[in-house]
Write a protein that binds this ligand. Structure first.
Ligand code: SAM
Length: 216
């Protein structure tokens, strides 16, 4: 067995027993996230701009991963429901959320976050009344993605790559979600969905957000 989940004093960790990378943990109180949190604004934070709603909007994060994007949106004031297909990654994030609930500064943000172990391309029945959906799977391409390289490499090594956009767009549409935001590497030009084009794009330093409108 190459990977294992270990309970450590700092929280649950995904350990690569053959690799040299440090164990993967999720810490919403890390100094880098606290710094980013302080800088969040409606104009400055690309994700917030893409959601384009006042604080309090309901966002369905269809590919939770480590929950960083969801945490940023919840820090702005949005209510974010995360869906994660991998049981291991789900457990890491659920553990991080529990720890965040114990931290007086993070508690209000954690209260706006929820995670479910679920494949979001399958109908998620409780998902009603969302204002926007966020999709950031690991698309099949070679360029760097937007997460911090260490965590991203570990996540990719553990989960592998390969996702099609269409099933996510179709699932968001079936749930009646008008806006779907797809996160991709900044310079990635490969078409992901032959049938549909984004209505607009927001380009940041390392990533790009393609915004689709669904007919609902
Ligand atoms: C690149 S990561 C997302 C990173 C996330 N945006 C963040 O800020 O941490 C992609 C995640 O999507 C998950 N995923 C891929 N397809 C999925 C699906 N159909 N349903 C739910 N989760 C999925 C993967 O297991 C992986 O954890």
């Amino acid at each position: 067995m190459r990977y294992g989940l270990e309970g450590r004093p700092t929280g649950l960790a995904l350990v690569d027993y053959y690799g040299e990378k440090p164990p993967l943990t999720v810490d919403y109180g890390s100094s880098s996230l606290r710094l980013r949190q302080k800088k969040i604004s409606a104009k400055g934070e690309l994700l917030v701009r893409a959601v384009n709603e006042k604080p309090g909007a309901r966002v369905l994060d269809m590919t939770a991963g480590l929950g960083i994007d969801a945490f940023i949106l919840a820090s702005y004031g949005h209510e974010v429901t995360m869906l994660e297909r991998s049981k291991t990654i789900y457990l890491l994030v659920a553990d991080a959320l529990k720890r965040a609930e114990q931290d007086p500064q993070l508690k209000p943000v954690a209260a706006r976050l929820a995670i479910h172990h679920w494949d979001s391309t399958r109908p998620f029945l409780p998902a009603k009344g969302f204002d926007a959906a966020l999709v950031d799977p690991m698309f099949e391409e070679k360029k760097k993605s937007a997460l911090p390289p260490g965590n991203m490499q570990m996540l990719q090594a553990f989960l592998g790559r390969g996702a099609e956009l269409h099933p996510f767009l179709a699932a968001a549409q079936a749930l009646g979600i008008r806006r779907t935001i797809v996160k991709r590497p900044r310079l990635d030009r490969a078409p992901l969905d032959n049938a549909r084009r984004p209505v607009y794009q927001l380009t940041g330093r390392s990533s790009r957000l393609d915004v689709f409108f669904n007919q609902v």
